[in-house]
Design a protein. Sequence first.
Lengths: 274, 114
Amino acid sequence: MGTTAPSGVAWYVYGVVDAAAEPPAAPAGVARHVQPLTEGGLTALVSPVALDEFGEEPVRARLEDSTWVEEKARAHEAVLEAALGTGAVVPFRFLTVYRDEAELRNFLAARRDELLSVLEGVRGKVEVGVKAFADIAALERSVAGRSPEVAELDAQIAGAQAGRAYLLQRRRDEAARAESARLVAEIARDSHARLLAAAFAGTANAVQPSELSGRPGQMVLNGAYLVPVAGSDLDRELGALAEHYAHLGISFERTGPWPPYNFVPRDLGAGDDA
Amino acid sequence: MSARDLQSRRPDGAAPYSSGQPAQLADVLERVLDKGIVIAGDIKIDLLDIELLTVRLRLLVASADKAREMGIDWWEGDPFLNRAAQQRELEERLKRLESAAGIESPSGGDSSSE
């Protein structure tokens, strides 16, 4: 549709920081180097990229290439993380690309107030990820002690004939699964509520399937919390939760600090349609 | 790209509270693909939401059924799993793409919503 810029170069934008911010000692970005582009009190962190890699058609093809996606996604994150080390940062979505500098400058000037307000909202704050994992099989095994229904069925099985014992066993397994699911949901909600109370804000995201989490056990909480950069009550709460639920085989993993990806709006200002 | 391609390469058994280790790919992707400000309308290159969606859904949908089964599908903040409007929009885009590509929709043109 549109014509490509004659130079074949576009600007990849990672996010924005204060114009006064010391530029991060940025690692290699999605392209060779990262540079500040300052306009009206804001600095966008950008890399010049080739349109034959980041143009619409080439990107479409490359999104199917997991090696490319991993490399570029990690580079995007690394630049924002480096910026987080020197001050507030507003992360943009992966693959935000401007065809030319004037358009990008126009955008920064036009949205200056909204961007500054978002920047202000995350100043002095970082995102921390907390994931909780449950060993579901172990949990199902251990619910016998806490579910009267399961305990009763266990007692019946012990005194039953083979055929009836088989049917009872199936009912028992179902009851154990249901009780374990109830317990897991309760633990996840309770953990999220307690972590949320120790943070400025928080969100529970979709749990990752175990083939992605790379850990044994089922993820039962995938939370993100906005906390003070200088340290927070969240770690103490997390320690308390880990201790509290250790006997049920629940383990917690903390990630970050991350740029506040989960705590910037998806869209800027009211003028945008969602 | 499959879930297996995205599988974490970090060895298991890392200490739960330590930091400074490389972030897991799934954690990076769910942030950079799904979060952050979307500069809609000002962008000069179409960001191919369909393709991003595909990546995103491959990441997340697999977990949704399992989670529902376990009663932990209460999370907020995933517009693509939670917002019916977005789902309808996606379906419409898909239909447009299918008709542009001359592919017939497997659901057979039923346009009623649930």
